[in-house]
Design a protein around this ligand. Structure first.
Ligand code: ADP
Ligand code: MG
Length: 323
């Protein structure tokens, strides 16, 4: 017999929550943020077919659902505290639920964030997580603090680069074909992004603005530029590429790195004289950092291409995939 709603919650989503005053099982969870801290709150929804493919392993889906939310806390420089999980399930499939909960809760444990509540209902597969984190007043990384002259930085996996998630999507769609090992490498980038929480914390007081790359580097940078009322030049030659992406044709490399989404790396700005501190923050967080350009007073986004020419990028980003 299929598990009932409350048995399902009890079996898969109820755990001890030592940092919360009250966790799963009552009408509300009760949280006690550290005195004087701001609460940082963000939600992200994942819809089957739009944000993930039905072929994804449940463990990886559980991981990704929380990872994309933790990435928002990272981009704010907030320390993870608690999250809620609202889940619509087409049927009670215990193989799916066990894998999903395992991937979700393993990542939660890695980041010391507690599942304190949620909602469970029947319906087309849909996962909505709300994360809460703490940040000292005045220290949150925001989108509106970038200044002309700041250096533009992007994080990347050590030994890797940006754009791999997009390359995987192109392979899934049959637009390109990749050798088996390469496919598995980029598929992992797409399905199991690593939220840069430690980097976000290390960038407090150092980055002037930050955002996580979910929709594509150019588009997400556009948010910083508009909110900060500045422009930027990106050096194509400085974009960090993984060995797999580096083996592709140059136009595809640029499309994936500049317009691909789903990287969940941090894109941020910092004063140029703080380069050594930025690099130290990356090292402490165990991630690669690359300076890919500079902010300037003149509005708009410009690409300094491989030939040394300047190419204007539209406000909506650099998206050869669109349309
Ligand atoms: P209510 O009807 O009062 O909203 P529910 O019956 O929906 O409460 O949920 C019972 C308890 O289980 C609540 O504490 C709720 O936060 C929690 N809960 C429901 N679904 C989930 C879930 N998917 N993950 C974690 N906690 C959940
Ligand atoms: Mg409810």
């Amino acid at each position: 017999m299929a598990l009932g709603e409350f048995d399902l919650i009890g079996k898969y989503f109820t755990r001890s929550t030592p940092r919360a005053v009250l966790g799963v099982g009552d009408d509300c969870a009760l949280l006690q943020p550290a005195p004087g801290q701001h609460l940082a709150v963000s939600s992200d929804m994942l819809v089957e077919g739009r944000h993930f493919l039905s072929t994804v392993r449940p463990e990886r889906l559980g991981h990704k659902a929380l990872a994309v939310n933790l990435s928002d806390l990272a981009a704010c420089g907030a320390r993870p505290l608690a999250f809620t999980l609202a889940l619509a399930l087409p049927r009670v499939d215990e193989t799916f639920l066990a894998g999903f909960a395992q991937g979700l809760l393993a990542l939660a444990d890695q980041h010391g964030i507690e599942l304190v509540g949620g909602d469970t209902t029947a319906g087309p597969l849909n996962i909505c997580i709300t994360v809460m984190g703490e940040v000292p007043p005045g220290q949150a990384l925001r989108r509106d603090g970038a200044r002309a002259g700041d250096a533009l930085w992007v994080s990347h996996p050590l030994g890797g680069g940006i754009g791999d998630a997009r390359l995987a999507l192109e392979a899934f769609r049959g637009q390109i074909s990749l050798p088996g090992d390469d496919f598995e490498t980029v598929r992992r980038a797409m399905e199991q992004p690593q939220p840069r929480v430690a980097l976000g914390l290390a960038l407090r007081g150092l980055a002037t603005a930050a955002i996580d790359v979910s929709d594509g580097l150019c588009g997400d940078l556009g948010h910083i530029l508009r909110r900060s009322q500045v422009g930027a030049v990106i050096q194509a030659s400085q974009l960090p590429l993984s060995p797999v992406l580096a083996r592709q044709a140059r136009p595809l490399q640029l499309d994936c790195a500049l317009a691909g989404g789903d990287d969940y790396e941090l894109l941020f700005t910092a004063p140029p004289d703080r380069q050594a501190e930025v690099l130290a923050a990356g090292q402490a967080a165990g991630v690669g950092l690359r300076c890919i350009g500079q902010l300037r007073a003149e509005p708009g986004l410009v690409l300094h291409d491989d030939q040394g020419g300047l190419q204007a990028l539209s406000a909506r980003g650099f998206d050869h995939f669109a349309g």
